[in-house]
Design a protein around this ligand. Structure first.
Ligand SMILES: [Fe+2]
Length: 225
């Protein structure tokens, strides 16, 4: 892995600003990064080859153009005051990347400067699990995908809770309702399998991994130094 493929945190926040990422999406991305980095560090301690920095930056940028997939730009669930500049940028993003999904759109934006990170971001598409070529295969890709599936808004929740909520919210992205049910029945078990694959390597259960757990773990390790 070449280090120059990965932006600094500062560069990530410049990109976030450039794309007018809504504040609730930014909070979500920070929470996903916190969880994924925690898992990446623990896996690394167990001897797995994981690039923690790549995981961190890919999580920060995974939803930079999430607005592509909003059914319509309904600002009632936005917590910020939407400016004319925000709206213009979001409309432009939606027009430019129409119909390709926010994961592929983010990949196309990031791939020239950060090809490895762009591919890691691309693979967090929920349905990617069903496609041998598109599914997450590296630890970095798996952790971005999995952490995103554990963070509801900006809180870590059990996989089941998050999946139930996402299915309700994203039904419009998965075709007809019947098709959506089939997809869900096929994809969700693969995500539970991924969870198992990660936690098999850790002395930890998925349910024990909460925001409070990560916070107290970092406080403890900070005190130990
Ligand atoms: Fe996403």
């Amino acid at each position: 892995m070449k280090r120059f493929d990965i932006p600094t945190r500062r560069q990530c926040f410049d990109i976030i600003k450039e794309y007018h990422v809504p504040s609730h999406i930014l909070k979500h991305s920070l929470a996903v990064a916190k969880l994924a980095v925690f898992l990446a560090q623990r896996l690394k301690e167990k001897g797995e080859a994981v690039d923690v920095d790549l995981v961190d930056k890919a999580c920060l940028l995974h939803d930079i153009v999430r607005v592509c997939d909003f059914k319509d730009l309904d600002y009632s669930n936005f917590e910020q005051t939407v400016t004319e500049q925000d709206e213009a940028k979001w409309q432009q993003i939606r027009a430019t990347h129409k119909g390709i999904g926010h994961e592929d759109a983010a990949c196309s934006i990031l791939k020239e400067k950060y090809p490895v990170l762009a591919l890691t971001v691309k693979k967090h598409r929920y349905m990617a699990m069903l496609d041998e070529k598109a599914k997450p295969t590296t630890w970095e890709e798996k952790l971005v995908y999995y952490a995103d599936m554990r963070v509801m808004h900006d809180r870590i929740v059990p996989l089941e809770t998050r999946l139930r909520e996402a299915h309700k919210r994203n039904a419009h992205l998965h075709g007809t309702e019947a098709q959506s049910k089939i997809n869900t029945a096929r994809v969700d078990p693969l995500i539970f399998r991924l969870e198992q694959e990660i936690f098999d390597r850790l002395a930890l259960t998925p349910v024990a991994l909460t925001d409070e757990f990560i916070d107290s773990y970092s406080n403890k390790t900070q005190r130990a130094h």
